[in-house]
Ligand binder design. Sequence first.
Ligand SMILES: NC(=O)C1=CN([C@@H]2O[C@H](COP(=O)(O)OP(=O)(O)OC[C@H]3O[C@@H](n4cnc5c(N)ncnc54)[C@H](OP(=O)(O)O)[C@@H]3O)[C@@H](O)[C@H]2O)C=CC1
Ligand SMILES: CC(=O)N[C@@H](CCC(=O)OP(=O)(O)O)C(=O)O
Length: 346
Amino acid sequence: MAGASGYAGGEILRLLLAHPDLEIGALCAASNAGTTLGEHHPHLVPLADRRLEPATPELLARHDVVFLALPHGASAALAAELPDEVVVVDCGADFRLRDGAAWEEFYGSPHAGTWPYGLPELPTVVDGEVVKSRAALEGSRRVAVPGCYPTAASIALAPGFAAGLLDPQDVVVVAASGTSGAGKSLKPHLLGAEVMGSMTPYGVGGSHRHTPEIEQNLAALAGAPTTLSFTPTLAPMARGILATCTARLASPDTTDEQVRAAWDEVYRDEPFVHLLPAGRLPRTADVIGSNSIHVQVVVDRRVGRVVAMAAIDNLCKGTAGAAVQSANLALGLPETTGLPVVGVAP
Ligand SMILES: NC(=O)C1=CN([C@@H]2O[C@H](COP(=O)(O)OP(=O)(O)OC[C@H]3O[C@@H](n4cnc5c(N)ncnc54)[C@H](OP(=O)(O)O)[C@@H]3O)[C@@H](O)[C@H]2O)C=CC1
Ligand SMILES: CC(=O)N[C@@H](CCC(=O)OP(=O)(O)O)C(=O)O
């Protein structure tokens, strides 16, 4: 694994320590190569004395599966040097977008390509048919793990687009994230004094790089371009994302029962997506430490909009859990192997 000293890398290792079929190989980093894992992740007790090594393709290529948990742009160069037969699971953004122009606009560098999208339970359209994204992950040697906000927002809204109930124009997503979403490197706006007791919007005005990723996921289902207003917000908590998403009903005649049935049909058999009983609302506190997504959907009849909400742990289902779930599919293992459905509460 590369990026072992970071937040996403640490969470992947926490999950792998409980995985019955995967053995943890080399632990790699960059500036922290030579230090022990325990200096960065004291909670990973069984691995505390393991020394971090430089992330070279030669070392990583000796593994059956390589998890890359690196800053954007660093994965593509490393992945290009790994053999085709190695399963490479990239937690970064490098291979998530299909539209190269959107990549260049939001990331400001040349587009590296597109890999199967590591959100197995997301419905998508292939050859005119709605299928789950897991189909493309089974046996794949490459996986692009989604961004954390796109995971929450896409799962919240997808059933409405899959069933043709929603208007793809004027979709609005406002989502709050814990600060671990920003990674471990020092950033002045993430100092305790800045974050504690305060919520702050950022990436406003359509500038956040997850905007085209959410649009891509929804447009695939809507069969038409989607226009999205996305506003992320920093919340004073370490983990968790709550996405509150609204979209116009395509027809005012759509009943509440039809809306609920559409969401129920898509997620009824999903082990990690839980459509909450009517009246209960998703809370980040209920999913921390788990690979679960809690979803609720209601109709705001006054304005003819659906309000779809999802809560995830950004580090688990939002990154590391999706990475391990996708690796399971790539390797032909049961998809849920080693992944917690139950969180830590209160
Ligand atoms: N945090 C989250 O909630 C989510 C994160 N992700 C994605 O996961 C990836 C990792 O994020 P996160 O763990 O938060 O980031 P961190 O900043 O916490 O960790 C980054 C890791 O990458 C290593 N690294 C940095 N540059 C290089 C390089 N050039 N070559 C090899 N290793 C390098 C660092 O090593 P060192 O310590 O030695 O510098 C560190 O281990 C990112 O792409 C992020 O977007 C995706 C979804 C959610
Ligand atoms: C709170 C916070 O800063 N969150 C990160 C998103 C983290 C993530 O999932 O995204 P990537 O994998 O695309 O980096 C951000 O807004 O940049």
